[in-house]
Design a protein around this ligand. Structure first.
Ligand SMILES: Nc1nc2c(ncn2[C@@H]2O[C@H](COP(=O)(O)OP(=O)(O)OP(=O)(O)O)[C@@H](O)[C@H]2O)c(=O)[nH]1
Ligand SMILES: [K+]
Ligand SMILES: [Mg+2]
Length: 435
């Protein structure tokens, strides 16, 4: 992969569509636009042009836009072609683009990678953009957009600034003192600033919920065979996803459906009924069911009216759901009683799930949305605590300053201000082509 190549890719989804947007970025953008569209229009205006191939043959009628760097998304010269979204049209235009020298299809995330490398967006915003593209529910969309708009990045930068000021004070104190210990007044000032940071970090770290909201809550439906797990999955998904039958042991594979509960993302997983079996396929299904239940945020243990034989698997959280309430509603051993067949009790179950989700997601405005952020902030927190400890014990200023520097570096990782090649590869490869 060469970073001075000109890259291109469809930015809209694959498959037949009315319009397909093709993005081009890099030094060759202007020449390509001149050649295939017969000229370069005024910047950032959409104009209608006939696109032509290498022999001058017409390829399509398209809206084209010229977006010179550095005021573009990538910071480089960019072109957008809004062509017709037929498969043959797209193939013809992409082929014509590939024929230009030093011009090649973009790799996954390469446009955004260039935007980052050219200083157009920091790493936390890049992640916000990735999350926005992946957002499936309203709460996820809001969280991703606020990160894209720079809420986390700005907070991290402000903290880093604070830390660097404390560091400057410490370093100044080195010049004042021969013995290498900090003059009293300065020491108190540095400690005051570091304590304020420590308290802010503790508050943000305690918030939680952001990572959960990004990934969604996982709810596993478990229970004895024929408890009505697959029927309940279909009811929650509002479509016919899993096979339902009176035969015990129908479901073998894990079947996962992403549901939107009032804007909250919840993945519901149907599993094989738990029982001893001599059938190796069913045994494998049961093993998978148990393993998934153990990792789930919440297990719904489904209890059919005909009996509660079988024990629930170990789970972090468990709700007992009595099924087939239309057949028998006298049971008292359940948290909720539902009939997926008649819909009875379903509103109550949905409410319970919503409450569980809300508890897991917190207020929905958590600053940290990835383990990466949490780990960086925890490292900064630990370094600040050590620095405060050293200050109190009147330890060597050089050591204190080094801890403060570590804290600043850890915060810099949130916005990508430090050397983070490996992290970048991981992050950008999760993007789709054309982003
Ligand atoms: N009357 C009534 N029957 C139900 C209800 N839910 C499920 N059933 C019936 O119970 C039987 C088993 O339902 P499934 O959804 O296949 O049960 P399961 O727990 O997925 O079963 P396995 O996958 O075999 O473990 C089917 O005949 C369903 O029609 C309900 O709410 N009321
Ligand atoms: K069944
Ligand atoms: Mg089933």
């Amino acid at each position: 992969m060469r970073s001075d190549d000109t890259i291109f890719a469809p930015a809209s989804g694959y498959g037949r569509a009315a319009i397909c947007v093709i993005r081009i970025s890099g030094r060759g953008s202007r020449f390509i636009l001149e050649t295939i569209a017969g000229g370069v229009p005024a910047p950032r205006r959409l104009v209608l042009r006939t696109l032509r191939g290498p022999e001058g043959e017409p390829l399509d009628q398209a809206l084209v836009a010229w977006m010179p760097g550095p005021e573009s998304f990538t910071g480089e010269d960019q072109v957008e072609l809004h062509i017709h979204g037929g498969l043959a049209t797209r193939a013809a235009v992409l082929k014509a683009l590939g024929a230009f020298p030093d011009c090649r299809p973009a790799e996954a995330g390469e446009f955004t990678r260039r935007a980052f490398l050219n200083g157009r967006m920091d790493l936390s915003r890049v992640e916000g953009l990735a999350d926005l593209i992946d957002a499936e529910t309203e709460a996820q969309r809001r969280q991703a957009l606020s990160q894209l708009e720079g809420r986390l990045g700005q907070a991290a930068e402000a903290w880093r600034e604070e830390i660097l000021q404390a560091l400057a004070l410490l370093e100044a104190s080195l010049d004042f003192s021969d013995e290498g210990d900090v003059p009293e007044g300065l020491e108190r000032e540095v400690a005051r600033r570091l304590e304020a940071l420590r308290d802010s970090f503790a508050k943000v770290l305690a918030e939680g919920g952001g990572e959960r909201l990004r990934e969604g809550l996982t709810v596993v439906l478990a229970g004895p065979p024929n408890a009505g797990k697959s029927t309940l999955l279909n009811a929650l998904a509002k479509r016919d996803v899993a096979i339902v039958s009176p035969v015990a042991g129908t479901t073998r594979d894990l079947i996962e459906v992403h549901c939107d509960l009032n804007g909250l993302p919840v993945a519901v997983v149907d599993t094989a009924g738990l029982r001893e079996s001599s059938d190796p396929v069913e045994r494998e299904g049961v093993a998978r069911a148990r393993a998934r239940a153990e990792r789930a945020d919440l297990v719904l243990w489904l209890v059919p009216p005909e009996g509660t034989d079988g024990e629930p698997p170990p789970a972090r959280r468990l709700l007992r759901v009595g099924t087939k309430a239309d057949v028998n509603r006298t049971r008292r051993d359940c948290d909720v009683l539902v009939s997926a067949a008649t819909g009875e009790g379903m509103p109550e179950l949905l409410q319970r799930l919503e409450r569980e989700a809300e508890a897991a997601f917190g207020t929905g405005d958590a600053l940290l949305t990835r383990e990466r952020h949490r780990r960086a902030l925890e490292r900064a927190q630990a370094a600040i605590r050590t620095a405060l400890d050293l200050l109190e014990r009147r330890g060597p200023v050089e050591l204190t300053a080094e801890e403060v520097r570590l804290a600043a570096r850890a915060l810099g990782e949130i916005t990508g201000r430090v050397d983070v090649e490996e992290m970048l590869d991981r992050l950008f490869s999760s993007f789709c082509i054309g982003k």
